[in-house]
Design a protein around this ligand. Structure first.
Ligand SMILES: Cc1cc2nc3c(=O)[nH]c(=O)nc-3n(C[C@H](O)[C@H](O)[C@H](O)COP(=O)(O)OP(=O)(O)OC[C@H]3O[C@@H](n4cnc5c(N)ncnc54)[C@H](O)[C@@H]3O)c2cc1C
Length: 246
């Protein structure tokens, strides 16, 4: 008996940021597993092909997965692939594009009129420039300033979007009109990635040094990966902890 692995993921769409942002699991390969097993079986199955009789001493899939990850035998984790739909502001999408092993297909602002959807941080979420990390943030800004700037951001987006629509109405090409839209405009794309590269992305972007907004996206991916591959994700986390503590 086979089961659909998508059924292992109770929350296929995870809202993030100001709840316009989304990470949605669209599909996964392999899609089915023997009844009662998690998707981890696919990784162990791939490894057993390469080790043949040598794996007979490792009966448990979790033991084999731990062995593979500890010895950087990464290709079995590439045997499984996720397809996500991701909706994030453009400035987050630009960071995600740096992960070249995530294959992306994004909405075209040349073809479509972009939607009036902007990421507006709440006043209490406006962070201060870090004094120790030149590309990081720390703490929050004073309430009075925060409230002023949160409103100002919203007004700026409204004005920019009104101008964008006017330009389109006046016959200016969508591909050119979009240049005046701010980086907090939401964009949307489909992305496929194998588990090995997803774990690399999660490791880099759940790190405290990564931008808070992309941390939320990476955490959503981690939640979905953990539902499907609990043994592999647990083994990966344990190995990272060991590396960081040694
Ligand atoms: C905190 C932080 C700050 C950053 N700041 C900047 C910045 O200021 N500017 C900037 O441009 N980027 C920045 N980056 C992006 C960073 O440089 C990487 O591009 C990004 O993290 C993707 O990592 P990756 O290459 O491991 O991932 P992927 O591109 O997904 O690649 C996954 C793995 O595939 C292999 N691989 C992929 N392509 C190649 C290749 N061409 N040659 C050899 N091996 C390859 C590597 O093993 C790699 O680890 C930042 C990243 C982080 C986490």
């Amino acid at each position: 008996m086979l089961q659909d692995l998508m059924d292992l993921v109770p929350n296929k769409t995870i809202q993030c940021l100001d709840n316009i942002g989304e990470v949605q699991l669209i599909d996964v390969m392999p899609r089915v597993a023997p009844q009662g097993q998690t998707a981890d079986y696919a990784i162990a199955q791939a490894a057993r092909v390469s080790y043949g009789d040598g794996t007979k001493s490792v009966n448990e899939d979790s033991g084999l997965v731990r062995y593979l990850l500890r010895h950087s035998h990464s290709t079995p984790t590439e045997m499984v692939v996720f397809k996500f739909r991701i909706k994030v502001p453009i400035f987050v999408s630009r960071q995600m594009c740096r992960h070249r092993m995530i294959s992306m297909n994004e909405i075209s602002g040349r073809y479509s009129v972009m939607r009036d959807e902007f990421y507006i941080p709440k006043p209490e979420d406006l962070r201060k420039q870090s004094t120790v990390n030149k590309q990081g943030s720390e703490g929050v800004i004073e309430a009075e300033n925060a409230s002023y700037f949160s409103t100002a951001i919203e007004q700026n987006c409204k004005q920019a979007y009104e101008l964008y629509l006017k330009m389109i109405e006046a016959g200016i090409a969508r591909e050119q009109a979009r240049m005046i839209l701010p980086l907090n405009l939401y964009t949307e794309y489909y992305g496929t990635v194998n588990l090995g590269n997803l774990l690399k992305f999660i490791e880099l972007r759940t790190h405290a040094g990564a931008q808070w907004e992309i941390q939320k996206v990476a955490e959503a991916c981690l939640e979905i990966a953990s539902d499907l591959y609990p043994k592999t994700v647990a083994a990966y986390r344990k190995i990272l902890d060991e590396r960081h503590s040694s």
